[in-house]
Design a binder for this molecule. Structure first.
Ligand SMILES: C[S@@+](CC[C@H](N)C(=O)[O-])C[C@H]1O[C@@H](n2cnc3c(N)ncnc32)[C@H](O)[C@@H]1O
Length: 180
């Protein structure tokens, strides 16, 4: 069952359960550096992440295509170390230099094509390895396309917390081809 969670420190709600948010923070603490959230909605989970890592930069990406009102809530929840890019993974690839993020949380479009595109850009362009890609709703029956896209591009997760798949990716080996 999908649940909406509110938080006393932020406006709006998130669909990320507390144990999933804790797992994101723990993973970010482990890898350090900057983090990227693909699909940020009202910025409730982003607020939790940014407040937990105040000295690290969080970039949030969302098209806000079906929910323009969420932008105002996101801005009300904005923390000093968080910035917002309105657009999709292709926008990110055009705007950001390669390999800027040690942790990427994928929680944008929930169909196969959208997730495949997000994970592809995360893996090929955005992730600074060693680093981690986390995919929300991986175990949800109603989002079978997410699991399929992840299995195709990333394989079996390193570990799973609730619906969150965590992939720990090693440094790129010297003989491995850089695609960006
Ligand atoms: C489930 S919500 C994200 C929730 C947020 N991570 C949280 O926990 O509070 C999914 C968001 O992804 C956005 N979205 C949908 N397709 C997208 C895409 N292709 N690129 C970026 N964001 C997208 C939607 O506008 C929506 O706000």
């Amino acid at each position: 069952m999908i649940e909406a969670w509110s938080h006393r420190d932020y406006r709006g709600f998130t669909l990320m359960a507390p144990d999933e948010r804790d797992a994101v923070v723990a993973e970010w603490r482990r890898v350090g550096g900057a983090a990227l959230e693909i699909g940020t909605f009202q910025g409730v989970a982003a607020g939790v992440f940014a407040d937990a890592m105040p000295d690290n930069r969080l970039v949030c990406l969302d098209t806000f295509e079906a929910n323009h009102d969420a932008i105002a809530t996101w801005l009300a929840n904005q923390r000093p170390n968080a910035t917002l890019i309105v657009g999709d993974a292709d926008t990110l690839e055009r705007l950001m230099p390669p390999r800027q993020f040690r942790l990427i949380l994928v929680d944008g479009g929930h169909d196969y094509d959208a997730c495949l595109c997000d994970v592809d850009v995360a893996l090929r362009h955005a992730l600074d390895r060693p680093g981690s890609i986390l995919v929300h709703d991986y175990t949800c029956q109603c989002f079978a396309g997410i699991r399929r896209a992840c299995l195709e591009l990333l394989g079996v997760p390193t570990t799973i917390v609730n619906t969150l798949a965590i992939y720990r990716l090693p440094a790129i080996a010297p003989d491995e081809k850089e695609t960006t």
